[in-house]
Ligand binder design. Structure first.
Ligand code: UD1
Length: 373
């Protein structure tokens, strides 16, 4: 039997840990050959290549080198470049992950070329269409032939939007697979020592959402709260390139650098960052993935957002939504030992990639997508 070609679309930092476990699971199967397509949405070594290295991914089979731009520029450039790849080497499947601009761009290309399309991490909804990622999720899920959800709220969202039951499969959270695959390497590092903080007695901070970092008044308020917190709890702040640029633009970088309790760092590698998360007292973030990783590890997570597309991290996990006004009080309650009962969400068990590989194989035995027949 001819091996099926499966394009795995990797684009930006949060995609790499979703693609890697699936790449490894598919590489060991005889019915398919996984091919990595890197769109180049993230291109700095510390946002891309280092993650490939840590996650054991080979060089991409196709590198589109798209880079930064406005949403339309970035989405359009990925579409133009990915369409050329598909015309040269038509895949049997395009698999997109997450919710970044490259996800929706490649989904559109596959849908128009009648290439079967699968979405890993389908069904998540924040209900906030001012978030670019929410628009990307809605459009991608509308186009996908096969939708793999990380939690049952995803299934419910998709059904409410009219997606047919047979296209939805609850497979669990593949981020947990990435963490468990890397765990020996993660545990071997000593990032607390590197940052001169005491294990169990520091906080980890990441911020990059436009809603937090692009408005000078909001970013100023967040910086003030972090400075106040750092006088009681040392903070390690791994600064995203967008945030670094805004801190500089708004004249906030110097005041942050002067805080004795704040260790500023470039974006960290995957293994380094997860080592730091494993021994942290709490995380302060606006990332999607960190809400999930902290729930899995039972570590308090304070999410600087008005909503989340990952509600299970609140209902079953350690996550709480905060804003720059409530952050200090919530940190106080965590430092005073207030804990929450938590349980690991169903199928967050490190076996998601195997379930996805099986599902893909099962669906590969069927005909072309219904929409194109
Ligand atoms: C993107 C994703 C977001 C994801 C985040 C994780 C979209 C709409 N957003 O947001 O969902 O959570 O990645 O990081 O797809 N830059 C660099 N080096 C890089 C990459 C970016 O310097 O390797 C700079 C860009 O020039 C730009 C800024 O960082 O100024 C933002 O990058 P961009 O990819 O546009 O969006 P993110 O904010 O990273």
């Amino acid at each position: 039997m001819k091996q099926q070609k499966v394009h795995l679309i990797a684009a930006a930092r949060p995609n790499f840990m979703k693609v890697a476990p699936l790449y490894h699971a598919l590489r060991s199967q005889d019915w398919c050959v996984p091919l990595l397509v890197h769109t180049g949405q993230h291109y700095d070594a510390n946002m891309s290549d280092d993650f490939f290295a840590d996650l054991g991914l080979p060089d991409p089979d196709h590198h589109l080198g798209v880079g930064s731009g406005s949403h339309a520029e970035q989405t359009g450039a990925v579409m133009v470049a990915y369409e050329k790849v598909c015309q040269r080497e038509r895949p049997d499947w395009t698999v997109v992950v997450g919710d970044v601009n490259s996800t929706v761009a490649c989904a559109l290309v596959a849908a128009k070329l009648c290439i079967p399309l699968a979405h890993l991490e389908a069904g998540l909804r924040s209900g906030d269409r001012s978030m670019p990622e929410e628009v990307n999720r809605i459009v991608t899920d509308r186009l996908a032939d096969l939708l793999w959800t990380p939690s049952l709220d995803g299934d419910a969202n998709l059904k409410a939007e009219g997606v047919a039951d047979e296209r939805i499969e609850f497979v669990g959270n593949i981020m947990i697979d990435a963490f468990e695959l890397q765990r020996p390497q993660i545990d071997a590092l000593g990032m607390a020592v590197h940052f001169d903080v005491e294990p169990g007695n520091y906080g980890v901070v990441t911020l990059h959402r436009p809603s937090n970092v692009d408005d000078p008044a909001i970013l100023t308020q967040i910086v003030e709260v972090l400075a106040a917190v750092s006088r009681r709890l040392p903070l390690v702040f791994a600064v995203h390139p967008r945030t670094r640029a805004r801190l500089r633009d708004f004249g906030l970088a110097a005041s942050l650098e002067q805080q004795k309790g704040i260790r500023l760092s470039e974006p960290l590698r995957y293994n380094e960052f997860m080592n730091l998360v494993c021994a942290t007292k709490l995380a302060i973030t606006d990332s999607g993935g960190i809400q999930e990783e902290t729930t899995y590890l039972g570590i308090p997570c304070l999410t600087l957002r008005p909503n989340t597309e990952r509600p299970i991290t609140i209902t079953q996990g350690t996550n709480r939504l905060v804003n720059s006004e409530t952050l200090a009080d919530v940190i106080d309650s965590v430092l005073n030992g207030e804990t929450r009962m938590t349980k690991r969400p169903e199928l967050w068990d490190g076996k998601t990639a195997a379930r996805v590989a099986q599902s893909l194989h099962r669906h590969s035995l069927r005909a072309r997508p219904e929409r194109c027949s």
